[in-house]
Design a protein around this ligand. Structure first.
Ligand code: GAR
Length: 194
């Protein structure tokens, strides 16, 4: 049985799918961590009694905010995996180096193409025929960690950005819970978890 936490900053559609999927498993979503206490993901956590760690970065440097996250996480330890799902902040070495190979992220492009916060609009504006989604380990770079899996699709002629976005999200919602499950199952085999 694994314990994992999700990071999100916005709409939270991936977080919601992950929560629904793992409700019926032996694995535990221990908390949502957000830098935006008023975001829809945080509202969903409150409505569903999922413990919420809300840490506003403000003008502090990222390390200070991460120290606060780490302090607030203490009561939820041990945590086997951190899942970034639309968390729009870069983590620093302070956090990343503490949990080697235990932090993953989903990104709405075929990395290394279009890293950063505007991947869907940049992929759409490109002439690429193949678009897609990447799940990767997190390092201290911007969407640069080792790739775990990618899923691609062929863009249809005349597709609008809304149509492309909806295909991307439906891939994300199906793929991310499955990948999390396979990682935590593998962790269970390697280490006797709790
Ligand atoms: C998702 O499309 C995710 O891939 C993207 O933010 C969206 C969050 O949506 N992440 C990034 O762009 C990270 N660089 P959600 O809040 O509805 O899950």
């Amino acid at each position: 049985m694994a314990r994992f936490a999700v990071f999100a900053s916005g709409r939270g559609s991936n977080f919601i799918e992950i929560h629904r999927f793992f409700k019926n498993t032996a694995h535990t979503l221990v908390a949502l961590i957000t830098d935006k206490p008023g975001c829809p993901a945080a509202d969903y956590a409150r409505e569903h009694s999922i413990p919420l760690i809300a840490v506003q970065y403000g003008k502090r440097n990222r390390e200070e905010a991460e120290r606060e996250i780490l302090e607030k996480l203490e009561q939820f330890m041990p945590i086997d995996l951190f899942v970034l799902a639309g968390f729009m902040r870069l983590l620093t070495p302070l956090f990343v180096n503490r949990f080697p190979n235990k932090i993953i992220n989903i990104h709405p492009s075929l990395l290394p193409k279009y890293p950063g916060a505007h991947a869907i609009s940049e992929s759409y504006a490109s002439r690429d025929t193949m678009l897609g989604v990447t799940i990767h380990y997190v390092d201290t770079g911007m969407d640069t960690g080792e790739i775990i899996v990618q899923e691609q699709f062929e863009r249809g002629p005349g597709q609008s950005i809304e149509e492309v976005e909806s295909i991307i999200h439906s891939i994300e919602h199906r793929l991310y819970p499955q990948v999390i499950l396979s990682i935590v199952s593998e962790l269970e085999k390697q280490e006797a978890l709790h």
